[in-house]
Ligand binder design. Structure first.
Ligand code: PBG
Length: 329
């Protein structure tokens, strides 16, 4: 039945009609808010390339978490800036690590009842060289040793779970890390701690501002031998399949906006819960346009988030979590 019987504009006439036929929902509980924890007290240091994002001492992070919880945000994703770095990433797996301290404090706060506390599992923030695994000399140069990194990653996940993480989220992209982490969690009495695997993570320029926020830029080379090539969709599906086989409970895909086709393809192929990470560069480029007055902040933010949900993500990790929750609430 074509025009003039069919008129698509009929159902767009009023906001209530548009709301009735809206296909995709977005709720505060779908949003996960990343926090960057740093040593100290009463510290709130804004990240220059990420307006509105801060390095927070644990006491400030608790305040931030309580606010996010009262806005209905679904959870937090915790990253850490350690006191010092070394070549074994001691700060990642030590029980007195900054994220472990943060988790213990958050567990005591009222925020813990409302928010899922997720802890990122990676070594780059804690390694003096800034790579996500153990660096060794190899064929006259260097390499990130996959298997030697697994032990440290598993130890990190165990320590974070014991400190109170509700979910551990490995983002390192070493092969076999999900299985290694599952084994360590089960051995340490954390068989109920789920793994959210960053199964499909591309080597992306859009992580630039994060590396300023987390002080985690590699001191030499890049991450292309462990993170995926941005041109590959089938490879992403294989990565996801392997992580599921190793025991991932949920998967995370990142970046989001330049890879929405990957989110859609994964949604159609796999049935476990899936999230997408609207990464730092996606946030920063929108913020830059807002500052210039080139985009309407509220509308552009919401459109970017609804697009990710429409592509098939159940939840979204986003630095806009609080702002979006305010508008939705
Ligand atoms: C750690 C990690 C990174 C991000 C999440 N976990 C940085 C990287 O891989 O270089 C990026 C998140 C963002 O850009 O917001 N490996």
């Amino acid at each position: 039945m074509a025009f003039p019987i069919t008129r698509m504009r009929r159902l767009r006439r009023t906001e209530s009609l548009r709301a009735l036929v809206r296909e995709t929902s977005l709720e505060p509980g779908d949003l996960i808010y990343p926090l960057f924890l740093c040593p100290g007290k009463s510290l709130r240091r804004e990240v220059p390339s990420m307006p509105g994002v801060f390095n927070l001492s644990v006491d400030e992070a608790v305040r931030e978490a309580e606010e996010a919880g009262s806005l209905g945000v679904g959870g937090l994703l915790l990253f850490g800036l350690p006191e010092s770095k070394d070549d074994q990433a001691t700060g990642a797996w030590g029980d007195d690590g900054i994220v472990q301290q943060g988790l213990r404090a958050l567990k005591q706060s009222s925020a813990a009842k409302k928010l899922v506390l997720m802890a990122d599992v990676c070594l780059c923030e804690y390694m003096s060289h800034g790579h996500c695994g153990v660096v060794i000399e190899a064929h006259g140069g260097w390499d990130v040793d996959n298997d030697a990194s697994l032990d440290l990653l598993a130890r990190t996940a165990g320590s974070l779970a014991r400190a109170g993480a509700d979910v551990v989220a490995p983002s390192d992209m070493m092969d076999g890390r999900v299985a290694a982490i599952r084994r360590a969690l089960d051995d340490e009495g954390c068989s109920q701690t789920p793994i959210l695997s960053y199964a499909s993570k591309f080597a992306s320029a859009f992580y630039g501002p994060f590396r300023e926020a987390a002080d985690s830029a590699p001191q030499f080379g890049d991450r292309k031998t462990y993170q995926m090539d941005g041109a590959n969709l089938r490879e992403a599906l294989r990565e996801i399949e392997l992580d599921i086989a190793e025991g991932a409970d949920m998967i995370l895909m990142k970046p989001a906006m330049p890879y929405l086709d990957v989110v859609r393809a994964a949604r159609e192929r796999f049935d476990l819960p899936m999230g997408a990470y609207q990464v730092s560069g996606e946030y920063s480029m929108l913020q830059a346009a807002f500052q210039k007055g080139w985009l309407d902040p509220a509308r552009a933010m919401m459109e970017s988030l609804v697009g990710i949900r429409r592509a098939g993500a159940d939840f979204i990790v986003t630095y806009f979590a609080k702002e979006a929750a305010k508008l939705l609430g």
